[in-house]
Design a protein around this ligand. Sequence first.
Ligand SMILES: [Zn+2]
Length: 444
Amino acid sequence: MTSPNLLTNVSMDAAGQEMYQFIQELYPICRSITGSGLRDTLKRISDRITLEVHEVPSGTQVFDWTVPREWNIRDAYVKDQNGHRVIDFKQCNLHVVNYSVPVKATMTLADLRPYLHSLPDYPDWIPYRTSYYQERWGFCLTQRQLDQLKEGTYEVCIDSTLENGSLTYGECVIRGQEQSEVLISCHVCHPSLCNDNLSGIVLSAWLASYLSGIDLRYSYRFLFLPGTIGSITWLSRNEDRVNRVKHGLVVACVGDSGKLTYKKSRRSDAEIDRAALHVLKHSGDPYAVLEFSPYGYDERQYCSPGFNLAVGSLTRTPNHAFPEYHTSGDDLDFVRPEFLSDSLTKYLRIIDILENNRCYVNLSPKCEPQLGKRGLYRSEGGKIDQHCRELAMLWALNLSDGSHTLLDIADRSGIQFSVIRDAAAALAAHGLLKEIAYSSKGLV
Ligand SMILES: [Zn+2]
């Protein structure tokens, strides 16, 4: 059997616009690894897809980590002697060090300075800073703002709470014919940052919504998690089910103008790695491939040695490789609908390969079967792609010996997967190929 071609009937332009509009909606929310901003974000995602929202109490032990206390913030500011807010959380939520403990004080500029963070090299951007696991407070501001602060006393207020509560994450499961799962994971814990965080959220939500209307081979599990502690928590609570995950991708930084970058899973030659590389290689666009490293997003946890899941990460410019990363420069202008749409196209093509990667045996393996008499060879002259289609059939016949999948054949022949898939389907329809059982762990 074959699954439908996932890219037909999709308007990629409209998808790019929809994803961008969702970024605009989510942008103002002050998210963190716990708290109401995270819940509000999950609520808005659940307006679009069926999302199960989980609450895990503070203090819960998850492997070597502990679910932290819940952080919420209402307001924060630094006021000058005239009562003017010179730093104002309500203007931009990046102005407060995320997870700052409450503070109410009056202090001189000299005393305040150690709590102020800026970027001298990028004087117009506000840095994004966090302090989840050490009780601290602080403000972030542009270097220009900092330079304008005059000596004197300032009123400092962070109206936040850090209390027992819970860690929240969202899970959307789409059932396919098989129990085996494809895991799609993104982090949902950054405040007003578009590429790092929001682009991954909106692409994941779009994919989940789209796939929920399709007959699928695999089951799909979408996770919307606070980074690091969220994936650790999910793995800790789902240890007995993790072996269902056959393929996975961590989605982040998919809205900037940079080229696509695939970071391989720890296994490095898993089917997901090969599918992603195949798509990028045949895209005609520039791309980069990175070997696995235990740094980055939640693939660090999925690929920890105790799990070693086949999870890679497809981004555009990777984190840390763009100066806007973790600054207010990662804003609504830094991401564009056309780049979101281009990233989505690549995700759909990868999923299309996973869904359609099959294994066949040649039922007429002694010499080539005569394709012409079956109308499969040179039946319609003049078509430019006819030669490629015929070549694809010859490759499919030759390598369908029970030990090569369609992706193996596509890679070895250098022909695009979709052409090999269509050739195999035509040969199977004429009784020349027969599908045999195949699993992502190898032939069965
Ligand atoms: Zn980040």
